[in-house]
Design a protein around this ligand. Structure first.
Ligand SMILES: Cc1cc2nc3c(=O)[nH]c(=O)nc-3n(C[C@H](O)[C@H](O)[C@H](O)COP(=O)(O)OP(=O)(O)OC[C@H]3O[C@@H](n4cnc5c(N)ncnc54)[C@H](O)[C@@H]3O)c2cc1C
Length: 386
């Protein structure tokens, strides 16, 4: 058992940290305050720098590196700029992985290549207004009609909705209820009958696009079938890797919060001393580091054990759940270390605290991860509908 990153991985992390600090850190406040993120420009730059398609095959324009390398990149970008992280995540361990593993040759050539070049974002559409945690209750339906599918329904809370070039959409094919009726299509953004809802007003993630996908007799070519009806398990296995990407974002935000707290605690003086001289502050900092390191081990283990495939459901759920809870705690502790300055928008912890809450809901709540963990532990299936 080896708990060290390889020299190449350490260099990758360091290199990304330096690039992110130089290229994107100076823009963080501007993007945060204006809520405007020039995603096309940033994607182009990330592609030039070789940070898109990190774990995708070289023959489709990817970097041919490991999933773990991509997770390290996501973590390091998230430490500096959440917005610049998004394309790295999407074109690395996001829905693109479902296309890499389950797509046809034509699909891989089209979507993996475009994603690696920074020409197209690929988002995921699962959640619906009436089915969030209960994903198997989804009602958005695809009916085969000759050489195309006709799709009707709404997908809710879709990150990069309206901006992405294509969506991996989980759908109900036909009338069969539950998981057995579900499969996946790739829906191009220009598909006739696809429109987008209003921009969601969020607590954090300023600059992130989030819109509904509205399918009104939307026409999708038959060759865009990604996973046939009955392939819910396949879609879920790709989501398990995406969940580790979500957990890596949590690691990056937590590291940023810890860095800010360490810095501030050695600058701020009260009672004539740096506040890090007080045991109450030391204990906050010590707990932050312990929790962050424990989460890191769970995330890296889940991804490393999955190799070039997908992580196990148990390891991915534990990693996501722990990292999502951890980032809220760590950002909260950083906020406490800052006193009133933590409540001020002039200090980064205010943003980090708001952004920390997103991850324990996105891609499945921490409560639902706990249900999964208990189910695997006890080798029982807990049907939530009965
Ligand atoms: C920042 C962000 C980004 C997102 N991005 C996307 C995206 O790109 N694509 C996409 O498809 N979706 C996306 N989502 C949606 C996300 O996946 C859902 O919000 C999530 O699955 C929870 O669904 P819900 O919000 O409807 O909550 P609900 O399912 O209504 O849950 C409400 C509460 O009840 C609890 N609960 C529900 N059922 C159970 C149960 N059986 N046992 C215990 N507790 C339960 C939940 O844990 C939660 O606390 C995003 C959400 C956020 C916040």
């Amino acid at each position: 058992m080896d708990f060290q990153l390889t020299e190449a991985q350490k260099m990758l992390k360091q290199n990304i940290g330096e690039v992110a600090e130089k290229e994107f850190k100076p823009k963080v406040d501007e993007w945060e305050i204006s809520g405007k993120f020039p995603s096309e420009e940033v994607m182009k730059r990330l592609a030039e720098l070789g940070f898109l398609g990190i774990p995708l095959p070289v023959e489709y324009g990817g970097q041919g590196r490991s999933n773990l390398d991509c997770i390290l990149a996501v973590e390091e970008f998230a430490r500096v700029s959440l917005l610049a992280t998004w394309p790295v995540f999407e074109a690395g361990v996001g829905p693109i992985k479902a296309i890499e593993h389950f797509g046809t040759e034509e699909q891989k050539r089209k979507y993996l290549t475009a994603a690696s070049r920074g020409e197209m974002e690929i988002a995921i559409g699962v959640t619906e207004p009436e089915s969030g945690s209960a994903a198997t209750d989804m009602t958005t339906q695809a009916i085969l009609d000759g050489d195309r599918y006709v799709v009707n329904g709404v997908k809710h809370f879709i990150i990069t909705g309206g901006k992405a070039g294509a969506y991996v959409v989980w759908l109900r094919f036909g009338e069969e209820k539950g998981a057995r009726g579900i499969g996946g299509l790739i829906v191009d953004s220009g598909s006739p009958g696809l429109s987008f809802g209003k921009q969601e007003r969020l607590m954090g993630l300023n600059g992130v696009d989030m819109h509904d996908l509205i399918f009104n007799n939307c026409q999708v070519p038959r060759e865009n079938l990604l996973v046939e009806q009955g392939g819910f398990g396949k879609l879920m296995s790709a989501l398990d890797l995406q969940r580790c990407g979500n957990a890596a974002v949590s690691l990056g935000i937590a590291q940023a919060a810890l860095d800010e707290a360490m810095k501030y605690s050695q600058q701020r003086k009260q009672f004539g001393k740096d506040i890090c001289e007080f045991q109450a502050i030391q204990f906050l900092l010590a707990d932050m580091l312990m929790n962050l390191e424990a989460a890191r081990l769970l995330v890296y283990r889940a991804v490393a054990n999955g190799g070039e495939g997908f992580p196990s459901r148990l390891e991915a759920s534990m990693a996501k759940c722990f990292a999502n809870d951890m980032v809220v705690e760590v950002a909260g502790a950083a906020f406490k270390v800052h006193g009133a300055y933590g409540y001020s928008k002039d200090y980064p912890v205010e943003r980090l605290l708001r952004d920390s809450w997103a991850w324990g809901v996105a891609a499945g709540t921490t409560q639902m991860q706990r249900v999964t963990i208990a189910s695997v532990m006890l080798r029982r299936r807990f049907d939530q509908s009965r």
